[in-house]
Design a protein around this ligand. Structure first.
Ligand code: CP
Length: 308
């Protein structure tokens, strides 16, 4: 059964079967990454542009690696040195790039809705690599893949997202995706970093991290997104760490081992202590590896026409 959309703009409202198809397809590509020659000819002849208007380490490298592993031609765009610095609009940038016969666009932008906007003005398939505080669908897909790899399922599991929920696109995509797949999602953080009506999305809210830890299988720990905060939401990072930082001492109070996830970049000893980030229950680096396979699956499904 083919995926039902030409683009991947977010996970809100995506059919369960599409997510299942992406995760199952990623399993095939994950096996390719263990081969001595990690390349398949699937997207030979396709040209993909990575349009990154915001900084990125993992997502940009992961997409580029996924594209090259699929034998696509890859063009990387960075704002510095481009005509955006001279005042060119997003629409004009995209249409000029498309005139060069681009097949797919991967876009990261600080504005929520930037990927949706692009999908309306270009003919290429558009993949959202993070749009402001809105969504980051491939991050949530790789998070779900990593959970499924460890637990063999998503349905019935409890996932708690801890940290700066208000400024996080990872949180929203995880909430949508995990709920579609039958998991229970909660959030935890200081009141100032939890959106007011978030319960309307069907999530439970914890303001006490020890209580959250007692009731979950997985903690997905988020960074404090200082670059998106226009004022101070807590007195100091030390105070944040004392109350909400995930430490060995807090985890020892749990009745079972808790799987630790983090989308990166990590601020060690702020939202998570170094020993927990590197500990035996951490799957943080598996997330990074799985991200390449998941992005290969998304690019393949959308780029080969299997997508429509
Ligand atoms: N997880 C994530 O989006 O990381 P980058 O900002 O480094 O891409």
């Amino acid at each position: 059964m083919p995926i039902t959309s030409r683009h991947l703009l977010g996970l809100e409202g995506v059919p369960k079967e599409d997510i299942q198809l992406i995760l199952d397809t990623a399993t095939t590509f994950r096996e390719v990454l263990d081969r001595p020659i990690k390349r398949v000819p699937t997207l030979q002849g396709k040209t993909i542009v990575n349009l990154f208007f915001e900084s990125s380490t993992r997502t940009r490298i992961s997409f580029e690696l996924a594209e090259r592993r699929l034998s696509a031609d890859v063009v990387n765009f960075a704002v510095a040195g481009s005509s955006v610095a001279k005042g060119e609009t997003l629409k004009d940038t995209a249409r000029n790039i498309e005139a060069m016969k681009i097949d797919m666009v991967v876009v990261r932008h600080s504005s929520p809705g930037a990927a949706l906007f692009l999908s309306r003005v270009v003919n290429a398939n558009v993949i959202n690599a993070g749009d402001g505080t809105h969504e980051h669908p491939t991050q949530a897909l790789l998070d779900m893949y990593t959970i499924r790899e460890k637990f063999g399922k998503l349905e019935g599991l409890h996932v708690c997202i801890v940290g700066d929920i208000s400024h996080s696109r990872v949180a929203l995509s995880n909430i949508y995706g995990l709920q579609i797949m039958g998991a229970t999602v909660s959030v935890c953080g200081p009141k100032t970093l939890i959106p007011k009506d978030i319960e309307k999305l069907g999530v439970r809210v914890y303001y006490n991290v020890e209580e959250a830890i007692r009731n979950t299988d997985i903690l997905n720990v988020l960074r404090i997104q200082l670059e998106r905060q226009d004022r101070s939401f807590f007195p100091s990072t030390r105070e944040y760490h004392n109350y909400f930082g995930i430490t060995k001492e807090k985890l020892e109070k749990a009745v079972k081992p808790i799987t630790i996830m983090h989308p990166g970049p990590i601020n060690r000893d702020v939202e998570i202590s170094a020993d927990v980030a590197d500990g035996e229950n951490s799957v943080i680096l598996q997330q990074v590896l799985n991200g390449v396979a998941v992005r290969m699956a998304v690019l393949y499904l959308l780029g080969t026409g299997e997508g429509k």
